[in-house]
Design a protein around this ligand. Structure first.
Ligand code: AHR
Length: 647
């Protein structure tokens, strides 16, 4: 039977697909997402707040991100005990002068013409009576007579702290505007705290919400698992700067600011204004997981500060003092699942979600290693098992994809009895090309694998180019084939601001108004879309198709989904490959029908998507027709194809 494609005289590669029995179920968690506040992924990114340092808490300078003019003072006995700073605007001393402040946002404030923005502020008139604030979104670089894109007034009334709001509607679209607040009217001294500006149109319309295009880019992946909040950020440079989930819930005004290790982690890319507001915290994470149909997978600190940044034991919590940290993990499970009558279940309910979030997984520690890790992990596992026997626990295999720590940790994870082991591999081309069979011989009895952070790059080519995405697609055929042992896989990192990145490559890039999905995103999306229900055995001359010698640079896997079959083929060679799919295990009269094909062309190896050309590397349908027990196809060089068939 012949199918559309170029005519070639080369001997076709034969792929045998056995339909006599269904293989392992593909887990609903098989493909997912990994979120960490790196590259301005949270504040300045997915979290839609447009004001930087809204509570004047940045540690090096309470006015970081602000320009102040006239008579402005910082005070520290504000209404929110965990964010105590606020500002007092007072009479500038002359009727022709002004008092006020201007916020620069995150690399500017992006606004769209005609859209609504909610300005809000906690305010009071300390001496009582009334005062007037004038609020503007401005273009400081404008050549117009007037800087304002839109403006409005607020009357502040009385000496009690109250929340004031104003809707602003800019006349023009601008990616780098600023927010100005002036003391107006009689210039009566006025206090301001938690100065905020949000688009009204957030993802699902939530206040304190998420940027719509970025959340949509996650939803469109149909991720089965959602890991949060990292990454190294879980650990902290010191234990005190670890991600303490309890600081990320409750009223947003009183979530204490934390530093962000990605501010200073790479001295060649310093971001002195990068902190964590925790505005996108654990409630928002659970809520988003629910809304996009993912199982949430929180990772908690195991009492180890980042081991890359700290030698020896003194930086870490002694094993005997782990009690409060273990309690934090248990409390997090209670926050997610506990009844509204429980302490943390009530906090969740008070935030607007009385129903449980049905948390099923928790990870303890990020990239930890050595006995420092295992002796801390053990008491966590014991306590979680005792209190929540149904929760599945993820342990770590360290930062490397192989090597001494990896070899030490895997048996240790078995001994301790975690359910899944987190593996990380940010690796070059050669590694991905050599790992097609990585999981074929893994122990089937031990813990399952969570490929928790991975991405392909090349020396000097750490951007999201087509060839790297193709090699990820090739590698993922091995994940799919081994769905009985690899239960989760999440590419990392997830987001990057084009003006604020520390780490490349990343799945989704954005500026203040636009975003684009990389070639790697397209690969993840194809796996999510054609996930299937069960593996099928696919062989070439009796061997798995893993890019091994003699296999022509081909990597392949197949799954079934009811009457549908999805065959994924990555051709990593620079040659066109002729293929014949032979279906065995069919009843005599049964035939297989081709339905459709979708292909990612990666032949321009270094091509990439960008803000200006977001679709350059995107899957396109190709004609795939015919029926029989054998179907043939032509696979273009450097491409990833999904063949959809039915029987
Ligand atoms: O994804 C970026 C970093 O890579 C993560 O924080 C860490 O876990 C890994 O080293």
């Amino acid at each position: 039977m012949s199918l559309a494609g170029t005519v070639s005289l080369a001997q076709p590669y034969q792929m045998d697909i056995d339909l006599s029995q269904k293989g392992a179920p593909i887990q609903s968690t098989q493909y997912g997402i990994f979120f960490e506040d790196i590259n301005f992924a949270a504040d300045g990114g997915l979290y839609a707040e447009l004001v930087k340092n809204r509570s004047f808490e940045f540690p090096s300078n309470p006015f970081q991100g602000w320009k102040v003019f006239g008579n402005v003072a910082v005070l520290d006995d504000g209404p929110f005990d965990r964010n105590p700073h606020y500002v007092r605007l007072s009479d500038p001393g002359h009727p022709h002068r002004w008092t006020g402040l201007e916020n620069e946002g995150f690399f500017g404030i992006g606004v769209k013409a005609g859209e609504e923005y909610r300005f809000s502020v906690w305010s009071r008139v300390p001496e009582g009576g009334f005062s007037k604030l004038h609020v503007e979104i401005v273009n400081p670089a404008s050549m117009e007579e007037d800087h304002a894109l839109c403006e409005g007034d607020l009357v502040v009334n009385g000496s009690e702290w109250k929340l004031y709001e104003l809707i602003l509607k800019p006349k023009v679209t601008l990616d780098k505007s600023a927010l100005r607040v002036f003391l107006d009217g009689k210039r009566v001294a006025t206090d301001l705290e938690h100065v905020s500006l949000f688009p009204v149109d957030t993802w699902k319309g939530h206040r304190n919400g998420l940027r719509k295009d970025l959340a949509q880019a996650l939803a469109d992946l149909h991720p089965g698992i959602f890991r949060f909040p990292g990454g190294c950020i879980v650990e902290g440079t010191e234990v005190s700067s670890r991600y303490d989930w309890k600081n990320s819930v409750g009223p947003v005004e009183n979530r204490p600011l934390n530093s962000n290790r990605w501010q200073y982690c790479f001295p060649y890319r310093l971001y002195p204004d990068y902190c964590q507001s925790y505005g996108l915290g654990f409630f928002e994470f659970f809520q988003l997981s629910e809304e996009i149909g993912s199982e949430p997978l929180p990772i908690v600190s195991c009492g180890l500060a980042c081991q890359f940044q700290n030698d020896g034991e003194s930086a870490h919590v002694p094993v005997d003092d782990l009690g409060p940290y273990i309690q934090d993990a248990l409390d997090l499970i209670e926050f997610a699942n506990g009844p509204v009558t429980s302490e943390w279940g009530k906090v969740r309910a008070d935030m607007g979600h009385p129903e449980p979030f049905n948390l099923k997984y928790i990870g303890v520690g990020n990239e930890q290693w050595g006995t420092l890790y295992t002796e801390r992990l053990e008491p966590f596992v014991k306590a979680i098992r005792k209190a929540y026997p149904d929760i599945k626990i993820v342990g770590s295999s360290g930062p490397g994809s192989e090597g001494e720590q990896f070899d030490f940790l895997w048996p240790e994870m078995r001994r301790i009895g975690v359910d899944l082991v987190d593996e990380h591999f940010y690796r070059p081309y050669e590694w991905f090309l050599s790992q097609g069979a990585r999981y074929d011989n893994y122990d089937r009895k031990g813990p399952k694998v969570f490929a928790g952070e991975y991405a392909c790059h090349a020396r000097g080519m750490k951007w999201n180019h087509a060839y790297a995405a193709l090699l990820e697609a090739a590698f993922m055929t091995g994940i799919e084939r081994n769905a009985d042992v690899v239960h989760m896989a999440t590419y990392a990192p997830l987001f990057a601001h084009v003006e604020g990145w520390q780490w490349r490559p990343d799945l989704i890039w954005f500026d203040n108004l636009r975003s684009f999905r990389t070639a790697s995103w397209q690969v993840q999306s194809l796996y999510g879309r054609f996930r299937g229900a069960n593996t099928l055995t696919l062989k070439m001359s009796g061997a798995n198709v893993t890019g091994a010698e003699g296999q022509g640079g081909l990597f392949a896997s197949a799954v079934s989904d009811g009457s549908k079959i999805y065959v994924k083929v990555a051709n990593t060679s620079p040659e066109v490959r002729e293929l014949t799919f032979n279906f065995t295990g069919l009843k005599k009269k049964d035939v297989i029908r081709a339905v459709e094909g979708v292909r990612l062309d990666c032949s321009e190896r270094l091509a990439e998507n960008s803000l200006d050309d977001p679709q350059r590397i995107s899957p396109v349908p190709f004609t795939f027709s015919g029926e029989g027990k054998s179907l043939s196809a032509t696979i273009p060089a450097l491409s990833f194809s999904v063949f959809v068939l039915e029987h």
